[in-house]
Design a binder for this molecule. Sequence first.
Ligand SMILES: Cc1cc2nc3c(=O)[nH]c(=O)nc-3n(C[C@H](O)[C@H](O)[C@H](O)COP(=O)(O)OP(=O)(O)OC[C@H]3O[C@@H](n4cnc5c(N)ncnc54)[C@H](O)[C@@H]3O)c2cc1C
Ligand SMILES: *[C@@H]1O[C@H](CO)[C@@H](O)[C@H](O)[C@H]1NC(C)=O
Ligand SMILES: *[C@@H]1O[C@H](CO)[C@@H](O)[C@H](O)[C@H]1NC(C)=O
Length: 618
Amino acid sequence: MLSVMEAPTVFVLIAFSSIAHASVPNFAKLYRETEDLIELSKTYHRLENNDEYFVNFDHSKKPLYFGAFDFIVVGAGTAGGIVANRLSESNFKVLLVEAGPQDPDTASVPGLNGYFFNTPLDWGYNTTEEDKICLATIDKRCIYPRGKMWGGTSSLNGNVYSRGTKWDYDAWAEKVGNTDWSYENVLPYFKKAERAMFKIDLDKSYHGFSGPQRIDLLEDTPGLTTMLLRAFKERGSIEQDYNGRNPYGVSRPQNFLDRNVRAGTAHAYIRPAANRQNLLISDNSLVTKVIIANDRAVGVEFVKKGKLYFAQASKEVILSAGAINTPQILMLSGIGPSQKLIKHGIELVKDLPVGQNLQDHIAVYPIFFRTHHTYYNLTLKEQLRLWYANRRPLTAAGGKQVISFRNLEDDTSSSPDTEYIGTGPTAIGSKIATGNRFNEEFTAAYQILNEHTDFSFQVFVLHPESKGELTLQSKDPRDYPLIDFNFFAVEKDLETLYRSIQWILEIQNTKAFRNFRAERLFVPMPGCDENYEIDSKTWWYCVLRHIGSPGFHPIGSAIMGSGPWNSVTNPELKVHGIQGLRVADASVIPVTIAGHTTAPCVMIAEKVSDLIKSEHGQ
Ligand SMILES: Cc1cc2nc3c(=O)[nH]c(=O)nc-3n(C[C@H](O)[C@H](O)[C@H](O)COP(=O)(O)OP(=O)(O)OC[C@H]3O[C@@H](n4cnc5c(N)ncnc54)[C@H](O)[C@@H]3O)c2cc1C
Ligand SMILES: *[C@@H]1O[C@H](CO)[C@@H](O)[C@H](O)[C@H]1NC(C)=O
Ligand SMILES: *[C@@H]1O[C@H](CO)[C@@H](O)[C@H](O)[C@H]1NC(C)=O
């Protein structure tokens, strides 16, 4: 632990928060904390700004000096926690600044993730008002969960380990004009991070077996998992490893999982490094600005418990605050589109397309089925007992059963455009599938579902063409940024989603489904059912505009590219025209990925850490 002479109170808090918790907590304590989490999520009013950091804040005071470091990493999230771990393996002095606290024990239980969206451990963001999607939600704004704790969004996400395909990374390399990002060149970093613990459908040469991040399969849900695998196979999918040579087919999902414990960045990288003498973690600290002098990043300002601090970086500042907050911090620091910064009275440091090129997958749970079985009709206590024994339902986030990638044109020589996740019972009741984001009418309609008998498919559009924008509300760091994805602006995205649903609808006619006696269950769709013939194309378009949702895989808001005319960072993730400033998180991803975004962030973090170390002589 470094000494922070100027800020003794901070030091005490940090020392406390750095004590690693046991990976499997005591039952009675976890049970109590789970009850509290569930209760809190029912009554909690989500945050609407960053005011909590500024209580008793004195604007006239100059920042307190927090100390000097070789590197400052902003955000102890998915990517940032990894960068901080890797840099502090060498004898660099590293400061990791995180807005949230340490992740609680309950975050170790994957199946509880939905509750976190309604707690202070989530930023509580919404998208701006939509007119083509999320029409079934309150105020026509989609919720946009983002973790605010050690591990960031990897501490509350769906836990699916899916890297994307060789076509995606080769397109990435081509777009940024640098083959370092080709599949061949990024694959070693996926392997470096990974410790594959599973055997079924494992394409060995594509996996790592000695990295910090354990990847594993879940136990099957009796009858259901194998029935779904059979149904996909009847529809022509082969069973194999989607992270291996060929992504096309069907398989059991691979998860960030250490036996029963969520193995996100907090578990795999931060806690193992937290007691290093040369790593200081300052949590509950909101970074408001990168300080730039003569086009060089010299440190950051952050607010903690109402006090403003300045921490100095002698080598580099690395922004890993995620695809929503990294562009916000850049713009607050004077780096962004000149017109927009000037409009808010921010002094321009560098004119770059920050916040542009914001993209996300589109996701929906469009169809439901009822079985003649009862699954997991258990008390919370019973469910937690099963979790300790590495059993479902709580080992799975969102009740995942099977995963499948497809190309609608059946072109298996290019990237898949559609993904299906069979989500079993319990997902039905989760906040993701039916959540509190729906308005009263739709919430009432979804009451028809039974979380112990019903299952569903989640369908993703993997390469949507619609692009949006992230902008500031004002120059005040207390204000949340405006998140506008422009979903379905390109109507082809809606058509793609419709067509992928047509394919999965056919699955009800398989022998597997018929033998299982799984029956389609129609949730009433107010506004659509009365106006259009059910299952017609116009009905589906109406339904998808209402219940379609962001995929929560934001990318591109500090996009990587060849020069300042088309991007924010170069292929070494350095912000164009600024010395000592890099971005390492999902914001740099320049192309949509046929996979989920955690694994790509892990790869980016591992790769940039190597790059930084070698540039600084390690
Ligand atoms: C509900 C949900 C389900 C998902 N499911 C999956 C899945 O199953 N599989 C998958 O691969 N991906 C999934 N994702 C996406 C994936 O989790 C994210 O893309 C990924 O975690 C992003 O990593 P990141 O490093 O870019 O940002 P984050 O992990 O969000 O890290 C950013 C960190 O920076 C901190 N921070 C932000 N601003 C500041 C500031 N001003 N000062 C200090 N600290 C700050 C944040 O608190 C956070 O800890 C899901 C996402 C969501 C929301
Ligand atoms: C998000 O939307 C909900 C529901 O309309 C609202 O209560 C909340 O204040 C919004 N939060 C923000 C940050 O806009
Ligand atoms: C679950 O158990 C409760 C209490 O025993 C019972 O009332 C309910 O009908 C069961 N649900 C299902 C789907 O079997």
